[in-house]
Ligand binder design. Structure first.
Ligand SMILES: [Zn+2]
Length: 171
C-alpha cells in the first residue's frame, strides 16, 4: 500500500520573518528536504501529513498565503509612513494607520521612534496623534480572533504592557 507523506512549511509570521520564509509560508512539498534551513534563523515548523489530509492542507495554504501577503503589505505601509514623517504628516499618519489594519508590533514603533526622533521631539501634537492611533490599534489587536486563544488575564496583561510601552516611547 502506498503511504505517501507530504510536508507543509509553517513560518512564524511576524515583523521579523525574513522574505524567504514569508514566501514559503504554506508551501506543500513531497520531500522534507525541499525546505533547507533558514539562513536568517527564523522560527518555522515543517508539518508532515498524509495524502488523505491533502485537501485540508491546501485549504490551510490559501489562508497562509494571505497572512504572508498581509505582512508584506503591513511592512510596506509602515515603512512608507516612517519615511513621510516630518515631510507630510497627514499622509504619514494615514499610511501608518492603514498598516495597523494588518497588525501592529511594539518593536516596529520603537524603530519608528528611533528613525524619526528629531521630528518627534519637536512636535508634541504629532506624538499625541501617533500615540492615539497606535494605542487604539494595539487595543483592537488583542480583540482579534488569534489572540482569543490566550487566557483572558494573559491577554489583558499583554495589552496593558504594550500600551504602557507605547505611552513611554511616545511621551
Ligand atoms: Zn527566514
Amino acid at each position: 500500500m502506498l503511504r505517501k507523506t507530504y510536508y507543509q512549511f509553517y513560518a512564524n509570521v511576524n515583523y521579523r520573518t525574513c522574505p524567504r520564509c514569508l514566501a514559503l509560508h504554506g508551501r506543500i512539498e513531497a520531500h522534507e528536504d525541499a525546505f533547507p534551513p533558514c539562513p536568517d534563523g527564523c522560527q518555522y515548523t515543517i508539518v508532515p501529513f498524509s495524502r488523505k489530509e491533502l485537501s485540508h492542507h491546501k485549504e490551510q495554504r490559501r489562508a497562509m498565503r494571505i497572512a504572508a501577503q498581509n505582512e508584506m503589505k503591513r511592512r510596506e505601509l509602515f515603512n512608507r509612513g516612517i519615511a513621510l514623517l516630518g515631510e507630510d504628516n497627514e499622509q504619514a499618519i494615514s499610511l501608518l494607520s492603514s498598516s495597523t489594519r494588518y497588525d501592529l508590533y511594539i518593536p516596529e514603533v520603537e524603530r519608528l521612534v528611533k528613525a524619526k526622533g528629531d521630528v518627534l521631539r519637536r512636535d508634541k501634537a504629532l506624538r499625541e496623534r501617533l500615540l492615539k492611533v497606535f494605542v487604539q490599534a494595539y487595543s483592537d489587536k488583542f480583540g482579534w480572533r488569534r489572540y482569543e486563544r490566550l487566557p483572558e488575564p494573559m491577554r489583558i496583561a499583554r495589552e496593558r504592557e504594550g500600551i504602557r510601552r507605547l505611552r513611554e516611547i511616545l511621551a
